[in-house]
Structures are given as C-alpha cells and as structure tokens.
Design a protein around this ligand. Structure first.
Ligand code: GRF
Length: 206
C-alpha cells in the first residue's frame, strides 16, 4: 500500500474524496491516507481527519521562529510517517525546496482551472474563477499536476473539463470545478502509483 499524506489549509473536500476513494473507490487496496497536515488550526480538514481516524497535525508557521524550522517540522512528520506520496489539497503555502528535492516528483497538487491557463502566483480560490468569467471562456476545469519550484507549472497528470454557460457566476464555476476535482484527484493518484510505483518503478519517468 502506498502511503499518502495530505496537506491542506481549508475545508478538505478533496481530502475527503481521496479518503473515500481508498475506502470504497479507485484507490482501494492501492493507497491509504496515513497523515493529514494543516497549517491552519481552524481548518475543517482537521475535523474530517479526526472523524476518519487519520493521524492529523497542525503545523502553523507562527509557531516557529523562521521558515527553516517550520519546514523541518513538516519534513519530519512526513519522514516519521514513511510517506510515499504527498497530495496538496487546497494547501496555501509554497513547498520548501529541500522537501521538493527529497520528494522529487512525489508531490501532487490540484488546481481549479485548466492549466497552463489561469495559474501562477495569485491565482487561487475565487481569483481563478473570477478571471475565468472575465476572460469569457466556454470551458474551465481542474488539473492535477506535479509540484515544482514554480506555482502551477509542474508536469500535468490529469485534467477534467467543465462547460461554462454565459450566466455562470464565479461561484457557479467553483462548484462545478470542485465536483470535477473530487473525481480526478483520486484517479490522478492511481495513475501516478500505477506508472511510478507498480509498473515501471521508475521515478525518472516524470
Ligand atoms: C480546491 O478548489 C483546490 O483546487 C484549491 O483549493 C480548493 C480546496 O478545496 N487548490 P477543499 O479544501 O479540498 O474543499
């Protein structure tokens, strides 16, 4: 079983979708969530983890004197839990370079748009959907990608489109996209596990 960690700052509906997928869906027998880390003590994702009996920890930046100690705390938790894959799910901080090095091509993120469009610094949450409405595009969607040192620019693993109608508000789009996210995140994790760990056992693929 591949050991997953989820890093999240908010509601954790994607975390729930991943947990449901290993309990009843596409990740059954393939992966399990062994750790949830949040940088926000009030995040509902921590409550979800408790309900699911998943080890969870809150690691807030303000509890540490600098970034280095904060990042070390995250790294240590990942190591102690023998995590294979890290899934960012609404995690509102950049991942430290040292963690990226050690977990090279083993950190995934989900973005609420069809990258490379509507990505990059400042493009998160409602800003993404507002930009989509402003651009007047007919489609948006969700993207799961590998995390590298730049925002939203790592190799794309899976995307799912959603149709946009002229009357859709940013809130309407957010709702449609979130539904797509819940479908593709578990599928993308499955794809990575099958390609990376099971079939080819080769991290140089990506
Ligand atoms: C999602 O829209 C995700 O794409 C973005 O943050 C949101 C997190 O939602 N990065 P949730 O906390 O998983 O409900």
């Amino acid at each position: 079983m591949i050991r997953l960690a989820i890093l999240a700052s908010g509601g954790g509906s994607n975390m729930q979708a991943i947990v449901d997928a290993y309990k009843f869906g596409v990740l059954k027998g393939l992966a399990e969530v062994v750790l949830v880390i949040s940088n926000n003590a009030n995040a509902f994702v921590l409550e979800r983890a408790r309900k699911e009996n998943i080890k969870s920890v809150c690691i807030e930046r303000k509890s540490f004197k600098d970034d280095e100690f904060f990042n070390k705390a995250i790294f240590t938790k990942l190591q102690v839990a023998s995590v294979d894959l890290v899934c960012l799910a609404g995690y509102m901080r950049m991942i430290d370079k040292e963690i990226l090095k050690v977990y090279n091509r083993r950190i995934l993120n989900i973005h609420p748009a069809l990258l490379p469009k509507f990505g990059g610094k400042g493009m998160y949450g409602h800003f993404v959907h507002e930009a989509v409405v402003k651009a007047g595009v007919k489609k948006s969607g969700a993207t799961v990608h590998f995390v590298n040192e730049e925002y939203d620019s790592g190799k794309i693993i899976l995307q799912k489109e959603v149709e946009i109608s002229k009357s859709d508000t940013p809130g309407d789009i957010a709702k449609k996209v979130l539904e797509a996210e819940h479908k593709i995140y578990p599928q993308a994790i499955k794809k990575v596990i099958e390609e990376k760990f099971e079939v080819k056992n080769d991290f140089s693929l990506y």
